[in-house]
Design a protein around this ligand. Structure first.
Ligand SMILES: N[C@@H](CCC(=O)N[C@@H](CS)C(=O)NCC(=O)O)C(=O)O
Length: 211
């Protein structure tokens, strides 16, 4: 049994979604960032962390990749494995996309969030936010081209970078940034409707009392 440390309205949702995709049992401890519970699992106070029987893992990307490697791959079903096999060229391309999303998409959102509500008010620079929004739009435009004929970023299989990008798209909508239309917009919308994502939202609302 895994324990997800982190309020679901955060990058913890990536972990909850991955656990649902992979059919793994888990509980959620909805700790806010920088709370005592968050710090007990990660000295930085950041969320999410994942408590496993073998020890605790921090960082949403590391956690989702661990879960995919341990429980996914070819055994994860025709559309459920979250990853190409480690050591394959397909996996190297998948990891390149993951890193690109972290560096370009997540970073733009995080920069904007820091200058909206994370940093102390006297350290925020509001002019940073529209620049971050432009960087986000440019990154999504490039990803649309990287996806090619799809249906997913690495081809036929829904993998870690799709999950991360979809989470980032929801985060962008929450801060009222525009998402692309057309086929790429349809792909982003369809991922939010995956049964595992719906279950992840239901489980999250059970612990937070919100819908
Ligand atoms: N790269 C980390 C980032 C974690 C992170 O910054 N989480 C936010 C919540 S989504 C947080 O805990 N922020 C509090 C802080 O930065 O002090 C990950 O993907 O898990």
């Amino acid at each position: 049994m895994y324990t997800v440390i982190g309020h679901p309205r955060s990058r913890a949702m990536r972990v909850i979604w991955a656990l649902e995709e992979l059919g793994q049992p888990y509980r959620i401890e909805a700790a806010p960032p920088r709370s005592e519970v968050a710090r007990a699992h990660n000295i930085s106070g950041k969320i999410p962390s994942l408590v496993t029987p073998e020890g605790t893992i921090t960082d949403s990307v590391a956690i989702v990749t661990f879960l995919a490697d341990r429980h996914g791959g070819q055994d994860g079903g025709p559309d459920g494995g979250l990853t190409h096999p480690p050591g394959s060229i397909a996996r190297a391309r998948q990891d390149a996309l993951t890193n690109w999303i972290v560096a370009e998409v997540d970073a733009a959102l995080w920069t904007s969030s820091k200058h909206s509500f994370i940093l102390p008010a006297d350290q925020r620079v509001p002019a940073v936010r529209p620049v971050a929004e432009q960087e986000f739009a440019r990154a999504l435009d490039l990803l649309a081209r990287m996806r090619g004929d799809g249906p997913y970023l690495t081809g036929a299989r829904f993998t870690v970078p799709d999950l991360l990008l979809s989470h980032c798209a929801g985060w962008a909508l929450a801060q009222k940034w525009a998402l692309p239309g057309g086929a790429f917009g349809d792909y982003l919308k369809a991922m939010r409707l995956r049964p595992a994502m719906i279950r992840a939202l239901e489980r999250s609302s059970e612990v937070t009392g919100t819908s």
